[in-house]
Design a protein around this ligand. Structure first.
Ligand code: DSN
Length: 419
């Protein structure tokens, strides 16, 4: 077969062509408020869709198990050099396929099965890979957790210290998947020094805010920093690990051959593109606009009668407690009807949620995508208003559909891509 063979084009597969068209239409005509999403640049997508997808390259630059890696080696080294420069790290591994794979590799590198690890409680905002019993982390390691204060719903650093002193974990994990406040690395570093533990910071959500100077950089204090490259950092889907030079060998061996086979070379290439974009001075402005927009959205939602967990946000996401707005409304119902109205987000437990994680009493909203589109505080007010109107009129299908049209009109003014 040659590339002129007609079956090699997407157009020859109408079902797939239609799916791409429909998904593009969905993304262009509705509000993307899922806190772990963003619009990658055309350059990132071009690299992801390039011929690098055809290559196999188990190993690391200049130490491969396959031939033909002259250009792959340069690409991976570029990604490594750029991300080290971006965060001031001693060592980088750019091969993890995802954040979960990155975390699994760190656990394998630093722990033995059965070791005690401490992470943020999942129902207070921690991630699945921070010890959920249904995740490998919770199956293989003995996770204990710290959480939020009852009063201001911020990380309880005192409690974190007392649990650490009592449980003596070998590793402490900072970082979260649904926590709207700044995370200070220093208290974690101090406790780790006190008990002789490793310190890992999972910066998946806030990597772009760190790169853009809006949140403290954990690299100088942590032994290991993991993150995903596609959320606020706005690169391709994937993971990354930064570490001290002294842990480099352990980390690299745990990624390959410990947890993965061949890297996704097209994604590694696209990571290099994304890191360069984040090194651009304009990225700091983007990170600032994200934080400003999240704060504006928090104020606007509060004005509509929603309670914000912790009273607001310092980062790109908000956790909305729906009970103050309408005690009968669940996160599940809200997510479903908001989707019909063109406001796409995910249901989320709120701290100590009386409802199950499948139903929940809250929703999570993130503003990285709408900020990439160029929206600002005025549009955050409109988003809050759309959200409240859809939820108030959730039993009226035609009203919800009419709001979806208004949402599409707003999105049309802020196309993320020029074509
Ligand atoms: N847990 C997913 C999220 O935050 O949406 C990503 O890991």
């Amino acid at each position: 077969m040659t590339s002129s063979n007609s079956i090699w084009t997407v157009g020859a597969d109408p079902q797939i062509e239609q799916l791409i068209r429909q998904e593009k239409e969905r993304q262009m005509t509705s509000l993307q408020l899922i806190a772990s999403e963003n619009f990658a640049s055309p350059a990132v997508m071009e690299a992801t869709g390039s011929v690098f997808t055809n290559k196999y390259s188990e190993g690391y630059p200049r130490r491969r198990y396959y031939g033909g890696n002259a250009h792959v080696d340069v690409a991976e080294q570029l990604a490594i050099d750029r991300v080290k420069q971006l965060f001031g790290a001693e060592h980088a591994n750019v091969q993890p396929h995802s954040g979960s794979q990155a975390n699994a590799a760190v656990y394998m590198a630093l722990l033995d099965v059965g070791d005690t690890v401490m992470g943020m409680s999942l129902d207070h905002g921690g991630h699945l890979t921070h010890g959920s019993p249904v995740n490998a982390s919770g199956r293989f390691y003995n996770f204990v957790s710290y959480g939020l204060t009852e009063g201001d719903e911020r990380i309880d650093y005192e409690e974190m210290r007392s649990i650490a002193l009592a449980e003596r974990p070998k590793l402490i994990v900072a970082g979260a998947t649904a926590y709207p406040r700044r995370i200070d690395p220093e208290p974690f570093r101090k406790v780790c020094d006190e008990i002789g533990a490793y310190f890992m910071f999972d910066a998946a959500h806030i990597a772009g805010l760190i790169a853009g100077g809006q949140h403290p950089n954990p690299v100088p204090s942590a032994d290991v920093v993991t993150f995903t490259t596609h959320k606020t950092l706005r690169g391709p889907r994937g993971g990354c690990i930064l570490s001290t030079e002294s842990l480099a060998k352990k980390i690299d061996s745990a990624v390959f051959p410990g947890n993965q086979g061949g890297p996704l070379d097209h994604v590694v290439l696209a990571k290099a593109v994304g890191f360069r974009e984040a090194l651009d001075p304009g990225f700091a402005d983007y990170a600032k606009r994200i934080v400003d927009n999240a704060s504006a959205l928090a104020d606007a939602l509060a004005n509509q009668g929603f309670r914000l967990v912790s009273g607001g946000t310092d980062n790109h996401l908000l956790l909305v407690d729906l009970r103050s707005f309408d005690d009968d409304l669940t996160g599940k119902e809200a997510q479903e009807v908001l989707d019909l109205g063109g406001v796409t987000l995910n249901r989320n437990t709120i701290p100590d949620d009386p409802r199950s994680p499948f139903v929940t009493s809250g929703v999570r909203m993130g503003v990285a995508s709408v900020t990439t589109q160029g929206m600002s505080s005025k549009e955050m007010g409109q988003i809050a208003e759309f959200t409240a109107r859809i939820l108030r009129q959730r039993d009226d299908d035609s009203a919800v559909k009419a709001i979806a049209t208004e949402v599409a009109d707003l999105c049309a003014k802020f196309p993320p891509y020029s074509d």
